[in-house]
Design a protein around this ligand. Structure first.
Ligand code: AMP
Length: 388
């Protein structure tokens, strides 16, 4: 019998999950999302919406009354509240998995205990402890808030002893950790899925380019030697084997100059670096997530074509209404997806552009096409109506 799907968070990830659910009507009859913004992207795709904060206990209880299975598109949900409703609705990935991932220190400890490579790290308790840890790690190093940090907003790079007090002040009162700086040559990620039956599949390694800590471009497949891609795949599979959560996970990694691969962080949800899969892959990450949490067999993960995903971000220094970019899409290899957000904010994710390779074309060709579209397109990144 078809089930009701609940999603905590109704942003673009919830929107694309809702769209995937609508193609699986024999398995999912309705989608209910919980999101504080009325008219959130997922509701525009047909989800019913409970308008409330992600951590609102009553709203989560209400969702557990309405949904058979609950998943999430943000990792900041309250795992205790989710656990308390687990007898009413199945929660996937489980609150126990979420709890490990939500705390960056618990996440890295868990990975290190399972022999999975991560940068050196240590929990920080007080300014003296920070100074002692910096003496060991050297400069630069990264001070990170352990919880509720995303898009790099919980990180502070400490370059010299002069910056220690300021960095500490930024996170004072919150649990913190210090990480050794990794002089990586590439940031890459693996989208991995594990079903409730324990089946594990990984997507080919992709390469991610960030600007100001926000993902700007994903290149699929990553331009790395085969042995590096294989190392990353094995790390992702091992991670999924020990984590035991069901669903799609985004596993972000660093590649060093000597070809070492280590995990930076894991997102327990569909991931921005998997958006290319909508057009490039045998199964999109959104359908895969639903297959995984509904106990279906997983779909194929092979790339059908090379692909590049480019995030459409709000202009710096501008907040207000905006125009969608003007990108011709008639060639069958250009796909613009806007999320229907009402206002633009600096660097807000407003949409993305997926470009796939034509027959036999590698990523370099696709990147050249992206450059020519960027040169021609009006409002890319998204600008205000007067081109501000
Ligand atoms: P995070 O929010 O922890 O994923 O970090 C955001 C960005 O900061 C990453 O995408 C990296 O570019 C950078 N970063 C995080 N940790 C480290 C590290 N240990 N060494 C070097 N760069 C890092």
């Amino acid at each position: 019998m078809a089930q009701v799907l609940g999603i905590i968070g109704g942003g673009q990830l919830g929107m694309m999950l809702t769209e995937a659910a609508s193609t699986m009507s024999d398995r999912i009859s309705r989608v209910v999302v919980l999101d504080p913004t009325e008219g959130c992207p997922a509701s525009l795709a047909g989800a019913e919406q409970i308008v409330a904060d992600f951590k609102d206990r009553d709203a989560i209880v209400e969702m557990s009354r309405r949904a058979d299975v609950i998943t999430y598109e943000i990792e900041s949900g309250d795992s205790d509240v989710l656990e308390s409703v687990a007898d009413r609705a199945r929660i996937e990935p489980s609150p126990a998995t979420l709890r490990v991932i939500q705390d960056k220190h618990a996440q890295k400890s868990f990975l290190a205990e399972n022999g999975i490579p991560v940068p050196d790290f240590v929990a920080i308790d007080g300014l003296d402890g920070l100074r002692a840890a910096l003496e060991k790690f050297g400069y630069p190093a990264l001070l990170k808030a352990r919880r509720d940090a995303y898009d790099g907003r919980g990180n502070c790079k400490i370059d010299s002893p002069d910056g220690v007090r300021d960095a500490y002040g930024r996170f004072e009162g919150r649990p913190m950790m210090l990480e050794r700086f990794v002089p990586f040559v590439k940031e890459v990620s693996v989208i991995a899925a594990r079903s409730t039956r324990g089946e594990i599949r990984t997507y080919p390694l992709v390469e991610n380019v960030h600007e100001e800590n926000i993902l700007r471009t994903t290149i699929a497949p990553a331009r790395v030697p085969d042995d590096v891609a294989e190392r990353a795949r094995r790390i992702a599979e091992r991670t999924m084997g020990v984590l035991k959560g069901a669903g799609v996970f985004g596993i972000e990694m660093f590649v060093t100059g000597s070809g070492d691969v280590m995990i930076n962080e894991i997102a327990p949800r569909v991931h921005n670096s998997g958006h290319h899969s909508l057009q490039s892959s045998e199964t999109s990450q959104f359908e895969q997530h639903l297959r995984a949490i509904l106990g279906m067999s997983l779909g194929g993960t092979a790339l059908k074509t090379s692909a590049v995903m480019y995030n459409i971000l709000g202009m710096r220094g501008y907040e207000g209404p905006y125009c969608s970019p003007d990108v011709p899409q008639a060639d069958g290899h250009t796909f613009l997806k806007m999320y229907g957000k009402k206002t633009s904010k600096p660097l807000r994710k407003l949409g993305h552009l997926n470009l796939t390779g034509r027959e036999g074309q590698g990523t370099e060709h696709v990147l050249e096409r992206l450059e020519s579209i960027r040169a021609r397109a009006v409002a890319l990144p998204a600008r205000g109506p007067q081109g501000r």
